[in-house]
Design a protein. Structure first.
Length: 210
C-alpha cells in the first residue's frame, strides 16, 4: 500500500513539474528568435498558426521519452525504483497531455469551460501578444511572472483563423462571438505576406490584419 501511495504522489509530482518546463521552453523559443531548430519550428508554427504533423515533432517526442527515462533512472538511483519510475512517467505524461491539447486547440472547438479558456489563452499568445501566455495548459507561471494577458476578445486575423471558428458561410459562429473578433478581410496568404508574417513571428510581434 505504501509503495502505491508513493507511486501516485510521485506521478502527480512529475506531471506538475512539466508545467515550469512548458512555460520555460515556450518562452525560450521566443527569446532565441529562431536560433536552433526547436525555436525555428515553434516560430514557423506562429507563421501559419495551424497545427500539422511534421517529422520534426517525432524528434521532440523521442527526446521527451528519452529524457523521461533518464530522469526515472536518475531518481531511482537516489530514491527508490517506484518513486523514480512514477515521477519520470508523470513528467512524460504531462508533456503529452500538453502536446495533445495544444494540437486539439488548433483543430477543433472547445467542449468544456477549461478547453474554452485554453483556446482563448493560447490564441491571445498567437495573435495578441506572443511574449505573453507562455503556459498553454495552465497559467500559474504567467500569473507569477506577470506575463498573463486575457483581453475581453482575442482579435484573430481572418487569414490565420482556426476553421472551427466559422460556419459554412465563413461567419464567426455565435458561440465564439463573446471571446473572439475576426479582423482583416484576406482569407489567403501569398508569398510576400508569408515573409512578412515570418519576420514578425521571429521578432515575436503579432501578425497584422490585412
Amino acid at each position: 500500500m505504501e509503495s502505491i501511495l508513493i507511486g501516485v504522489a510521485a506521478f502527480a509530482g512529475g506531471a506538475l513539474l512539466w508545467l515550469p518546463f512548458e512555460y520555460g521552453l515556450h518562452l525560450s523559443f521566443h527569446v532565441l528568435k529562431g536560433k536552433g531548430f526547436a525555436s525555428r519550428a515553434h516560430l514557423d508554427h506562429h507563421v501559419h498558426a495551424s497545427w500539422h504533423f511534421d517529422p520534426i515533432i517525432t524528434l521532440a517526442w523521442l527526446g521527451v521519452v528519452l529524457f523521461g527515462i533518464g530522469f526515472s533512472f536518475a531518481l531511482a538511483a537516489i530514491t527508490s525504483t517506484v518513486f523514480g519510475i512514477a515521477f519520470g512517467a508523470g513528467w512524460t505524461v504531462g508533456y503529452f497531455f500538453y502536446e495533445w491539447h495544444h494540437r486539439q486547440s488548433h483543430l477543433r472547438g472547445p467542449r468544456n469551460r477549461w478547453e474554452a479558456w485554453l483556446r482563448k489563452n493560447h490564441f491571445q499568445h498567437h495573435f495578441g501578444h506572443p511574449m505573453k501566455n507562455q503556459g498553454v495548459t495552465a497559467s500559474i507561471f504567467d500569473r507569477l511572472f506577470g506575463s498573463y494577458d486575457m483581453p475581453e476578445k482575442v482579435k484573430v486575423p481572418r487569414r490565420l483563423a482556426m476553421p472551427w471558428l466559422f460556419d459554412s458561410e465563413g461567419n464567426l459562429l455565435a458561440e465564439y462571438q463573446d471571446d473572439y473578433e475576426i479582423v482583416g478581410t484576406s482569407t489567403s496568404t501569398d508569398e510576400r505576406q508569408r515573409q512578412i508574417d515570418k519576420a514578425r513571428a521571429y521578432a515575436s510581434r503579432t501578425p497584422e490584419p490585412v
